[in-house]
Design a protein around this ligand. Structure first.
Ligand code: MTE
Ligand code: MO
Length: 307
């Protein structure tokens, strides 16, 4: 007997699959498992935070990257990140927490099924892609460390290992290493904010930020800090790499906003990678990259001043 699932299921093509539908889909998969059906044909189940848009190819996702630790060209990370050693790896969580420690990645993954860890998300920064991440909510990692009441932000740092990261040996130095990022704690705890450990069902390729990187789909791509070794809970807004380099061009919040131009270019449209050709039409960029449920995080804030 062949049961077809996936695109044939009556799933709304809304940006975020409603949880009720997702649960129904899980029931359906559960029924399939009970009937002794294998996993073939049920590959499309995913977290409720997945878009139904077609993902980019693995070649696009792993061949067109920004990871300055390996060079500034979009092709450098794929060419030069192969020697990065990602095992063993620990994530230090410290600062204003009751349980500061070096945490093992595997422990964070345990509570989730593979289906629950699939997040097909749009990423945008002039160009755009849809990436089928494997990840888990950043909130889960933060909760383990038990943040204190005074914690208001999370500061992130990337590995510093010049022996394996040629961009960290090159001069003039563009980025004062480590690469740094930050989120307000409520942004960090939002269920759309994930730590990704894989893509297309496999561990993250080094060029995409192995073994774990941040994904905040309503913010510009540069917020997605790669190869994270440390998260520190702090009271004051932390420094972030692009803001340190060019404060007039890159703000702390970096929410996708088609109405606020970068000083040197419009941010109203994007080019979807893979929609090739000279005549491929640019797409209008959506407020918060289309993830409108996050708007309430910023109610009452001037998003021009807080860019
Ligand atoms: N450590 C580190 N993280 C980083 C960067 C970087 O240079 N170093 N580049 C950022 C930028 S500018 C972008 S657009 C995204 C790209 O992620 P991707 O290559 O997986 O698409 O990673 C971000 N994370
Ligand atoms: Mo970027």
């Amino acid at each position: 007997m062949l049961i077809r699932v996936g695109t044939d299921l009556p799933i709304a093509s809304s940006e975020i699959t409603p949880r009720s539908l997702w649960l129904r889909r899980r029931d359906f998969l559960g029924a399939g498992a009970a009937l002794g059906l294998g996993l073939t044909g049920v590959a499309r189940a995913a977290s409720p935070y997945s878009t139904d848009e077609k993902p980019n190819s693995r070649a696009d996702i792993t061949g067109y990257n920004n990871f300055y630790e390996f060079g500034t060209d979009k092709s450098d990370p794929a060419a030069k990140a192969g020697r990065l050693k990602t095992k063993p790896w620990t994530l230090r969580i410290d600062g204003l927490v009751d349980k500061p420690a070096d945490y093992a990645l595997e422990d964070f993954l345990k509570p989730f099924s593979t289906e629950e860890r699939i997040y097909r998300m749009r990423c945008v920064e002039g160009w755009s892609m849809v990436i089928p991440w494997l990840g888990f909510p950043l909130a889960e990692a933060i909760k383990r460390a038990q943040p204190q009441a005074s914690a208001r932000y999370v500061a992130f740092e990337t590995l510093v290992r010049p022996e394996e990261m040629p961009g960290q040996r090159s001069f003039p130095r563009i980025i004062p290493w480590p690469y740094r990022e930050g989120l307000r704690l409520d942004e960090a705890m939002h269920p759309l904010t994930i730590l990704a450990t894989g893509l297309y069902g496999e561990p993250l390729p080094n060029q995409n930020g192995a073994p774990l990187r941040l994904v905040v789909p309503w913010k510009y791509g540069f917020k997605g800090i790669k190869s994270i070794v440390r998260m520190t809970l702090v009271a004051e807004q932390p420094k972030t790499s692009w803001n340190m380099i060019a404060p007039d061009e890159y703000g702390f919040f970096a929410n996708v906003n088609p109405e606020v131009d970068h000083p040197r270019w419009s941010q109203a449209t994007e080019r979807r990678i893979g929609e090739g050709g000279l005549f491929a039409k640019r797409r209008p960029t959506l407020m918060f990259n289309g993830y409108e449920s996050v708007a309430s995080l910023y109610s009452g804030m001037d998003l021009r001043a807080n860019f």
